[in-house]
Design a protein around this ligand. Sequence first.
Ligand SMILES: N[C@@H](CCC[C@H](N)C(=O)O)C(=O)O
Length: 320
Amino acid sequence: MTTQILKVHGSGNTFYLIEGTDDLQYNWFELGAWLCDKQRFDGADGLLVVLPSEKTDAKMRVINADGSEASMCGNGLRCVARYVLNKLQVDEALIETMKADLHVSRAGSLATDVDAFSVEIAPVSFDLQTLPMVYNGQQTLIDEIVPAFSNELRFSALSIPNPHLIALVTQESIDDPTQQQELATMLNQENDFTPDGVNVSYVLPLSQHEIFVRTFERGVGFTNACGTAMTASSLVASKLHVVNSELITVYNPGGFVRCHVEQHGLETKLALIGNATFTSEFILNHTDETYELQRTKVTEEQVLYDAMIHDVYKNLSIEW
Ligand SMILES: N[C@@H](CCC[C@H](N)C(=O)O)C(=O)O
């Protein structure tokens, strides 16, 4: 079987993107782990599978680098949005994901020649059962010290819908990633708190409308960016009044995105806006025994993306 696939990224969060015919066409878990192996063309953080949907314009499945399946992927959904919008030649669409059908659209450009895409992020819940997470018999964990995690940092937990643990930190915790790495490693092995693991983000407030986020992703490790984590971090920063704008710029080790956070009473509306860069094309050959990957094209898009990031970052006085 021969299939064309793309290498793509959202804010440096890297994926292979494949359009499939149905859920059984490949063993997606095995293929995801094989493609993401860092020994092969630098690997990737995940595999995005675009499939036909019976009720929306397309369906997205997300496979982490370790072969586990995630319910959502914010940076990945922007890349899938671009793929589907271009294929259907429309400006907006509805994409089925594991837990919700999500609205996606074109959103102008981030810079000359770097188009932006906006994706809805939902459903959102602070109920610990939805992560799932168990702590002290509590129903929620919002801005609290959990001694087993740290004696100094305050954590909040939410699902949107994949599970996130968020701490607002100072520059010191960004400079030295050891504590974040140790905590995330513990919470993604067998442990008493997060039976399915959790994505762990450390958030550095920069201004009333800007934050920096570094995420250790479940099933992957540290990534350049995690879209749902940046959206969850924006929501937490907004709830804790660390930011006071509905549009938050979120810097990350791979670039930046914008998160739109609207709260009306109990209703929360979230959107993630950023790039969807297609860097190269490949042919995947699959026999009963093996996979084989051949790169057929490298696009110009990474050069334009790098130039934009260079321009944005040269005016920032923070370091990571
Ligand atoms: N990188 C993604 C999230 C991918 C899934 C995550 N690792 C999980 O297992 O929950 C994003 O951009 O949201």
